[in-house]
Design a protein around this ligand. Sequence first.
Ligand SMILES: Nc1ncnc2c1ncn2[C@@H]1O[C@H](COP(=O)(O)OP(=O)(O)OP(=O)(O)O)[C@@H](O)[C@H]1O
Ligand SMILES: [Mg+2]
Length: 345
Amino acid sequence: MIELAGITKTFQGKQGAIHALKNVSLSVKKGEIYGVIGYSGAGKSTLIRCVNLLEKPDAGSVKVKNVDLTKLSTNNLRKARGDIGMIFQGFNLLKTATVYDNVALPLKLTGLSKKEVEERVDKYLKIVGLEQKHGAYPSELSGGQKQRVAIARALSHEPEILLSDEATSALDPDTTEAILDLLLKINKELGITILLITHEMNVIQRICDRVAVMENGEVIEEGKTKDIFTAPKHSTTRKFVNSLFSHKIPADILANLNETGQVATLSFFGESSGEPALAMVSKKFDIYPNILSGSITQLKNESFGQLVVHFKGEPSDIQKAIKYLENDQVKVEGVNINDANTRVS
Ligand SMILES: Nc1ncnc2c1ncn2[C@@H]1O[C@H](COP(=O)(O)OP(=O)(O)OP(=O)(O)O)[C@@H](O)[C@H]1O
Ligand SMILES: [Mg+2]
């Protein structure tokens, strides 16, 4: 659906050239929710703005539905942009227009009849849950409601792709959850492909099928959300993942851990919960698993759990138990007890 290949963008700043994007390539499939995560200044906004050519790359191709937008005439580019909606952190609403008009005014410019405009505005304000707010002004809305208006405005053009630049960054956690649920609904029910950028790992965790991690204008790691969560490779990716799963074990518990045994992190997906598996190994083998820390997290399509466990027992029995767990689809990673108080992931 979206294919970026070899995108390069350099800005001339006061202090010299800023290489905002260096040979970035990524592809987003139809119907997918694809996330790009990175720290401030990584080049995320520049990248997403290249997708609809709000920013023109110095080199590379931007294919949307197999058409290279960089090669289109102004007129054809305008048409192609009709397939791409966009939402922002700052909502970008017209302050002096009502909710209804914020959605209706841009639609009127597209040449739709009055009736068609009314139908579209009604339909999309209903989808975002604002049918009661037609006459309200932006100043009378909460941040989450403002973002809903912006989403309705983007959807009212019936795009196939929605670009989201930090759409939830200005919102509190509960409102963020509600907006993420709305994005999931739009993706599922309207089949809209979503490319979003964020600096928050919980956004990736909740709704993205795949994710790219950006740093200094480059994609440093890319893959399915599930794989990035279970086996992050790059140190920056690890930092993002650890921002969600940081299993710090209290020092007094660590001090009491028996010298013998092994501490390990167990990761498991979906229905298989770690606890029955642990009960099973303690029954089957001569070991005593002691849970030190744990969490279960909902990813877009499945749940993902992590337990930090101290196995007490003879090394050979522990190895057998670990083999058994691995055969039961549990990923097991050994942890050095001396490191456990600083970071276990
Ligand atoms: N129009 C511009 N002129 C000059 N430099 C720019 C321009 N736009 C972006 N940059 C620079 O390019 C780099 C990447 O910026 P970009 O806005 O893409 O980062 P970002 O990952 O979106 O960051 P944030 O999370 O803070 O929004 C930064 O160093 C920024 O200062
Ligand atoms: Mg940005």
